[in-house]
Structure formats: structure tokens, C-alpha cells
Design a protein around this ligand. Structure first.
Ligand code: ADP
Ligand code: MG
Length: 365
């Protein structure tokens, strides 16, 4: 087990035209489960491949503890990698697939046998050791890939979207399993995904990347509650955070956010927070789940609130939740997420209660 430190790590392709990874500084703690989250093409795989030694950085350093591994070949790093495409060998049995990395390391036969059975038990594939990959389901094949990764007891476990080829139900089940396995083994893990739910449910911390840069690193709740940018705010959470352009106005003792066709009055204690924005235009953000509708659902937990009047424009009944789209003026549509079935009709007038302890203000860039 080891701490992994990335120091101003860069990888440019095509003579610098593609800045795949552009100055990443990140420390992954010993035993931590860190999720690298970001959209397709943001540089996640390239970052992981540099940590694995499969890609040489353009500049920067990679440390495992106090050892500089930047230019060390993969075989000398004691890392394991699990890919999206399971990459198990079709001509080998499950047993031989898992045993393979140990054979390469020339472990004695009895030790190989012990370790293969240990890893297979952990992944609950002890009954499948004689089978060939073609005789396995996608989920079982991925278990083999994970067993093969952990059998060497790596210092660092690297996973690149390992669940994205599985169907939705299996993916949810495997999330919990991989997380539990990692907790048990305490192996430093870097898990790449573009799926924000996977990141929220699995990571001890989430590192959000975009365009080769790290935007925010923190525990899931912190990244969710205190996003530091519009990108992070909208990438995490579904449906995504409502964003509205408003001008911050001072009115006597309090503050009003003036939008086109609507106003959000704020109590005086927001003066401190928003004082620097007075008479400026900013982006106001509120998550759909941080609002309710008067007379429709409970408001008990809301301490400070503002009311927005709207007209129901569209209703998405999801069964467990309902997403109400409301026009709050001048065609500004806001989405409100409410638990359960909501007996509202398109065209009806609603009073939207905004939980002011969960509002966000971003610079308009
Ligand atoms: P992600 O895994 O987040 O989807 P990648 O790390 O695969 O992103 O890619 C980041 C960027 O680098 C993309 O624009 C991709 O096209 C580019 N890229 C990745 N590998 C290469 C390569 N070998 N040659 C040129 N460009 C590459
Ligand atoms: Mg990738």
C-alpha cells in the first residue's frame, strides 16, 4: 500500500496540439479510494496510463510514497489495472487467467494455488475456476479481471471505467461489491469514470477533471454541496443544477436577485456573502432537489426560504420522484424534484419554495 502523488503532471500529444493532461497536482492517500471523474476526452485514461507506466509524461513527476516512479517500467511499479473491456484471455481457464500474473513473477506453484483461490473466493467465483471466459456472463468475466488484478496484492489498483460494459442492474450491484472489496483490502485505488453516480457512491474523494485539468477534489458531499465552478456544479447531480442569470441588487436592508421576469428576495444575512456582487450580473444556481412546492410536499427541513411563482410547464413522473418543470417568467424554466407522485397539472400556478441554505452563486465568465 502506498500514497500516490502527481506533481504538475502533463501529457501532450501531436506536438503539443492535444493537451490531454495539463498540469495535474493530486495526492491519493494510502488506502484511499479516489474517483477520477470527468466527461469523455478530459484526460482520465491518459492520467491512469501514466500512473501505470504505460505512457511517459511530457513533464511532471509521479511519486509512490517517497519513490519517484515517473520513468519506471510498469512491471516495477507493482500496480494492477482493470479495463472497461475485461481483457481476460479467452484461451485460458478462469484459474489460469487469475494465476497468470503470479506465473510471470515466478511464484511457486503452491503459493499460486493459494493466492488464486483466495482471490476467487473474494470475488465469489470459486466455483468457476475450470471454466473458459466464453462460458461466463459479462459480470463474471469482470470478476475474473478484478481477481486477476488483486491476486498480486498490488500497491495501487487502477480501474478504468470497469463497469461501463455491464447492464444497469449489474453495474449497481458491482459498485457496492468493488467498494466493499477495496475497503477490505485497503489498497490505494484510483477509479476512473464519467458516471457521477458511480463517483458519488464509491469514492472516498472525487477528483473532477475537465479538458486535462483538475477542477475540484473533495469528499462526495463536499463536491456536491460546494461545487467550485459551474462545470462541477452541473456535472454532479441529476437532473442538473438550475442556473439562472441574475443581477444582485441592494434594497435597504436586504438583497434581491433580479432575473428576467422573476425576483428572488434574500434576507439581510446574505449581504455579507453577496456584497461584492452588488449591481453585478452573476449566475444563480439551485439544485432541483433543494426546492419544494407549497402545499405539495414537506418543507420541514428548510430553514431559510424564498418563494418563486411559476406555472407548471411539464411533468416528468419517474415513479420514485417527480420532476416538475415550471416557467418562472419570461420563459425561464426551473426544474423542481419532489419525492413520490405529485398530483399537479400542466398550466397550474405553483409557489416554489427555494431552500436558501443551498443556493449557489457563480461568476459569469
Ligand atoms: P478520457 O479517458 O477522459 O476519455 P483520454 O485520456 O483518453 O480521455 O484522452 C484525452 C485526450 O487526449 C483526448 O482528446 C484524446 O483524443 C487524446 N489522446 C489520448 N490518447 C492519445 C494518443 N495516443 N494520441 C493522440 N491523442 C490522444
Ligand atoms: Mg477513457
Amino acid at each position: 500500500m502506498v500514497e500516490v502523488r502527481l506533481e504538475n503532471l502533463k501529457k501532450y500529444f501531436d506536438n503539443g496540439r492535444v493537451k490531454a493532461v495539463d498540469g495535474v497536482n493530486l495526492t491519493i492517500k494510502d488506502g484511499e479510494f479516489l474517483v477520477l471523474l470527468g466527461p469523455s476526452g478530459c484526460g482520465k485514461t491518459t492520467t491512469l496510463r501514466m500512473i501505470a507506466g504505460l505512457e511517459t509524461p511530457t513533464s511532471g513527476r509521479i511519486w509512490f510514497g517517497d519513490k519517484d516512479v515517473t520513468y519506471l517500467p510498469p512491471k516495477d511499479r507493482n500496480i494492477s489495472m482493470v479495463f472497461q473491456s475485461y481483457a481476460v484471455w479467452p484461451h485460458m481457464t478462469v484459474y489460469d487467467n487469475i494465476a497468470f500474473p503470479l506465473k510471470i513473477k515466478k511464484y511457486p506453484k503452491e503459493e499460486i494455488d493459494k493466492k488464486v483461490k483466495w482471490a476467487a473466493e473474494l470475488l465469489q467465483i470459486g466455483e468457476l475456476l475450470d471454466r473458459y471466459p466464453a462460458q461466463l456472463s459479462g459480470g463474471q468475466r469482470q470478476r475474473v479481471a478484478v481477481a486477476r488484478a488483486i491476486v498480486v496484492e498490488p500497491n495501487v489498483l487502477l480501474m478504468d471505467e470497469p463497469l461501463s460494459n455491464l447492464d444497469a442492474k449489474l453495474r449497481v450491484a458491482m459498485r457496492a461489491e468493488i467498494k466493499k472489496l477495496q475497503t477490505k483490502l485497503k489498497v490505494t485505488t484510483i477509479y476512473v469514470t464519467h458516471d457521477q453516480v458511480e463517483a458519488m457512491t464509491m469514492g472516498d474523494r472525487i477528483a473532477v477533471m475537465n479538458r486535462g485539468k483538475l477542477l475540484q477534489v473533495g469528499p462526495p458531499t463536499e463536491v456536491y454541496l460546494k461545487p467550485n465552478s459551474i462545470f462541477v456544479a452541473t456535472f454532479i447531480g441529476a437532473p442538473e443544477m438550475n442556473l439562472l442569470e441574475v443581477t444582485v441588487k441592494e434594497t435597504g436592508d436586504s438583497i434581491v436577485l433580479e432575473g428576467e421576469g422573476f425576483e428572488i428576495p434574500l434576507p439581510s444575512d446574505f449581504k455579507e456573502l453577496l456584497g461584492k456582487y452588488i449591481d453585478k450580473t452573476v449566475i444563480f444556481g439551485i439544485r432541483p432537489e433543494h426546492m419544494t412546492i407549497e402545499g405539495v410536499s414537506s418543507l420541514e427541513h428548510v430553514k431559510r426560504s424564498a418563494i418563486l411563482e411559476g406555472i407548471v410547464d411539464f411533468i416528468e413522473a419517474l415513479g420514485t420522484d417527480t420532476i416538475v418543470h415550471a416557467n418562472i417568467g419570461s420563459g425561464n424554466i426551473i426544474k423542481v424534484k419532489l419525492p413520490g407522485h405529485i398530483p399537479l397539472e400542466v398550466g397550474s400556478k405553483v409557489k416554489i419554495v427555494v431552500d436558501l441554505d443551498n443556493i449557489h452563486v457563480f461568476d459569469k465568465n
